[in-house]
Design a protein around this ligand. Structure first.
Ligand code: SAM
Length: 256
């Protein structure tokens, strides 16, 4: 059953990439020609950069799972002055664009298209740092499976940073905070251009904050820092001006 969930999501994300690329109109391709270019310059990224400043990863090996089109990972390599990087994503179109952007930027990054839950042992204990960004965890029905992959990829004492949409921000698209789903986005996944389209079915899951913290603990990742913010990450008009709920969070952790 899960295999078909992942293949459906692969098709849905391939479809979405065409909308993202149309909305961006080659801005990333032109941007990465500039050695100073970074996509981590949105309003909400101030929080992220503050946290990254506490982590010295110069010359280290880093990864992002999932990485979409690699724009964040390429920006991070520059920011960290990292030695090498691996981005993994299930979408064929996203990985194709990531490889194109890496070539334009001239950065030492490899990109792999796979269901990350099926990643083979070749990458075990290879990474000093793994970055997990907004809209990543919801695609995995079982967070224990997801964090088991993260743990086996990390070196001992390797670190993670999660900069994610808060579970409370998903409630409006779910039937309840306590109902895991699966759910779908019938109007598509164009969080770049905001275009609604009749989308291929995808499957996403509602994870409570306790699910996330529990899965980290069970997979030997010690939480170092954790904070919640009212900052909205997904350009969702429904949350404009709201200041009652946490909409994003940052968590750093270390493999024990
Ligand atoms: C919202 S993006 C997250 C990355 C980044 N923050 C962004 O906004 O582009 C979600 C990504 O998860 C990928 N994805 C979903 N399920 C996956 C799986 N099982 N294995 C690897 N990648 C997956 C999708 O292809 C998509 O690129």
């Amino acid at each position: 059953m899960n295999e078909s969930i992942f293949e459906r999501n692969r098709a849905a994300w391939n479809e979405a990439l065409a909308y993202h690329q149309k909305a961006r109109n080659n801005a990333l391709q032109l941007g990465f020609e500039d050695p100073e270019f970074s996509t981590l310059d949105r309003d909400c990224d101030g929080i992220l950069m503050g946290m990254l400043d506490k982590i010295d990863l110069r010359g280290k090996t880093i990864a992002q799972l999932p990485c979409n089109n690699g724009r964040e990972l390429l920006s991070l390599i520059r920011y960290f002055d990292a030695n090498e990087a691996l981005g993994i994503d299930i979408s064929d179109a996203a990985i194709e664009e990531a490889r194109q952007l890496a070539a334009i930027a001239g950065l030492n990054a490899q990109f792999l298209r796979t269901n990350l839950l099926e990643l083979d042992d070749e990458y075990n204990h290879a990474f000093d740092f793994i970055y997990i960004s907004e809209g990543s965890l919801q695609w995995f029905p079982d967070l224990d499976e997801y964090f088991a992959v993260i743990t086996r990829l990390l070196k001992n004492d390797g670190q993670i940073l999660i900069f994610e949409i808060h579970p409370f921000a998903y409630i409006k698209d779910a039937s309840s905070y306590f109902d895991k789903g699966p759910y779908s986005y019938e109007e598509g996944l164009d969080y770049v251009g905001g275009v609604a389209y009749e989308a291929k079915e995808c499957c996403w899951f509602m994870h409570r904050m306790s699910d996330i913290l529990g899965a980290l603990r069970r997979n030997r990742i010690e939480v170092l820092e954790f904070d919640e913010y009212g900052v909205e990450m997904a350009n969702d008009p429904a949350f404009q001006g709201q200041d009652k709920l946490p909409l994003s969070y940052i968590l750093t952790g270390k493999k024990k």
